[in-house]
Design a protein around this ligand. Structure first.
Ligand SMILES: [Cu+2]
Length: 467
């Protein structure tokens, strides 16, 4: 707990002077005074960005509910003289995008993407960065308000960290927000290889604390079939669209209890694409970005949304009450962003009668060639289409009813009543009669639905009618 007494003691120790105390007291008085002029507010904001006061380190579970990184981890820290000390190690990692597809990428601490950095507004953080890559690098703390020399833009704010070197970054967090971190040296290559992660700063006095708080980085890659290294030169045709560097069916579901207040923080560090992320079954509000959480009053007037556009270089935190049990899709709504590696390179075969041309082409011209299905892609994943080693079919994975014809940026929110743990509870068990199903003859007759053309009429299906 931060009491006025230890806060002032600490503030005094850090800033060392009555002038500083006066400023803090004045700021507090300002806060109590809702009629502060715009000039006062601007000055106050300016002062807060400049001063370097730190609070005692925020404690997980006490000051905040820790964030969950699906398919990822939180970066551990230790506290040394009141400072949270972290260590990132940039290195090559053999990363699995989903079972069956691996590549040599660049990440941090043995992971792609890097672990989520988590701290609290007012924390002093010291982050060591060791470079075990074959190239020089830097780390930029995207969205974090900090002194210029800690901003990590190679050449502008510091010299690049050479292979084998360890750099020290240190600053005090003076905001709460959903931030990110990434290489800011040869960005196209290094971000294209995976050097990024989330950087969550919790408020010290949370307005309302979420029960479940998820963090997901959106990114995109070019990994040619048959290769094991992403191609960062790609500018338009990305073929792996990922959530925390995983593609469906490799994305861990987000498990929540019915009635939980759920926050999902989405950060987009894709090279070239914005992602409209659509959540099924719920309405949410956008409650924050890389520039901080919205005030309670602002959130009240925020409109409800079903999708949120997460542009490149931005973050969006959404919040909702999970009030609708089931297995709910959450995915990018760009249809090419829910395809996997091989879905992007097929000749259009819709409506074509291929005969055995696919087989002929495969044998004679292009070993390993496959054509798109003549009614689409769905049947190709489902039928267990043969794929070359270390590659994935275009779409999907097995679901409770059928093959799920979605890949890429696709995840599942599992809302359940009466959970005793947040382990994956398996597929949702629907109440009787609450699943879309084949219409019966009686249904059609009762409601006067005429079915013609390609679909057999129910009455002609039963031969005894005509006998
Ligand atoms: Cu997208």
């Amino acid at each position: 707990m931060i009491t006025r007494r230890n806060f002032l003691t600490r503030a005094g120790a850090v800033a060392g002077g009555a002038a500083f105390l006066t400023k803090v007291v004045a700021a507090d008085a300002d806060e109590a005074n809702s009629s502060a002029s715009p000039a006062d507010l601007a000055k106050r904001s300016h002062d807060r960005r400049r001063d370097d006061r730190a609070f005692p380190p925020g404690e997980p579970g006490v000051d905040y509910t820790p964030v969950i990184t699906p398919n990822g981890v939180t970066l551990p820290w230790r506290i040394v003289d009141g400072v949270k000390v972290y260590h990132l190690i940039a290195e090559e990692v053999e990363h699995e995008f989903a079972p069956g597809l691996k590549a040599f990428c660049w990440g941090y601490n043995g992971r792609v993407h890097g672990p989520t950095i988590e701290a609290v507004e007012g924390d002093r953080v010291r982050i060591y960065v060791t470079n075990k890559l074959p190239a020089s690098t830097t780390v930029h703390w995207h969205g974090v308000l900090l002194p210029n020399g800690m901003d990590g833009v190679g050449g502008l704010n510091q010299r690049a960290i050479k292979p084998g070197e360890t750099f020290r970054y240190e600053f005090t967090l003076r905001q709460h927000s959903t931030n990110m971190y990434h290489s800011h040296h040869d960005e196209m290559t290094q971000m294209g290889m995976g050097l990024m992660g989330m950087f969550i700063v919790h408020p010290r006095k949370a307005r309302v604390r979420p029960d479940r708080d998820f963090a997901i980085v959106l990114s995109e890659w070019r990994l040619d079939v048959g290769t094991k290294r992403p191609n960062p030169n790609e500018m338009t045709d990305f073929n792996l669209l990922t959530m925390n560097a995983r593609i469906f069916p490799g994305t861990d579901p987000m498990v929540v209890k019915l009635g939980d207040r759920v926050r999902i923080r989405l950060g987009n560090l894709s090279a070239m694409d914005h992602h409209p992320i659509h959540l099924h079954g719920h309405e949410f509000k956008v409650v924050g970005s890389e520039a901080g959480d919205s005030s309670e009053e602002a959130i009240r007037y925020e409109r409800l949304e079903g999708s949120v556009l997460v542009p490149v270089g931005q973050t969006r935190a959404i919040e909702f009450i999970a009030d609708n049990p089931g297995d709910w899709a959450m995915h990018c709504h760009m249809t090419h962003h829910v395809m996997n590696q091989m879905g992007h390179q097929f000749p259009n075969m819709i409506g074509v009668n291929p005969g055995n041309s696919g087989e002929q082409i495969r044998r004679t011209l292009l070993p390993g060639y496959m054509s798109m299905g003549t009614v689409g892609m769905a049947d190709m994943g489902e039928m267990g289409m043969q794929v070359p080693p270390n590659s994935l079919p275009m779409v999907g994975g097995h679901g409770p009813f059928d093959y799920i014809t979605m890949g890429g940026m696709f995840n599942i929110l599992k809302v359940r009543e009466g959970l005793t743990s947040y382990e994956d509870p398996g597929w949702y068990k629907h109440p009787p009669g609450a699943v879309a199903s084949l219409a019966s003859r009686e249904d059609l007759a009762r409601d006067g639905i005429e079915v013609d053309g390609a679909m057999p009429r129910p009455e002609t299906e039963s031969h005894h009618h005509h006998s």
